[in-house]
Design a protein. Structure first.
Ligand code: 5GP
Length: 116
């Protein structure tokens, strides 16, 4: 899939539209989901232009991959999720039900998640 620079998360990355940014470093940005599915529902996105988990895994540099997941861990710790546990979801493409075509991981916590 070709990356669409006008997707909503690209606009949040460029600060063209507002989001309550809870974490940012050179590799990732994190903000609450606008329609939370759990008491804690944070989206973690890479700063690079990757459409989905497959694209990121296949083409991101080792530094980008490490930076993204180290940032995700910091977000998990910041919200206490490293202690309680959490569910992580990366919907990918059409059959994955992905709505926003910029790779993102949902971190869901604050309660026990329903059986998967
Ligand atoms: P997907 O289905 O692509 O995995 O999830 C996209 C998520 O982005 C949805 O849970 C949706 O609520 C969230 N979302 C869509 N637009 C916005 C927005 O403008 N701001 C924020 N914070 N979240 C958004």
């Amino acid at each position: 899939m070709t990356y669409d620079p006008n997707n909503i998360f690209a606009k949040i990355l460029r600060k063209d539209i507002p989001a309550k940014i809870v974490y940012e470093d050179d590799y990732c940005l994190a903000f609450p989901d606008i329609n939370p599915k759990s008491p804690i529902h944070i989206l973690v996105i890479p700063k690079g232009s990757y459409t989905d988990l497959y694209h990121f895994s296949a083409e991101a540099s080792p530094q980008e991959i490490e930076g993204f997941f180290r940032g995700l861990a910091k977000v998990a710790k910041q919200f206490g999720l490293s202690e309680t546990g959490f569910r992580s979801i990366a919907n990918t493409g059409k059959d994955g039900g992905q709505e926003v075509p910029h790779f993102h991981v949902h971190l869901l916590g604050g309660r026990t998640q329903s059986p998967f």
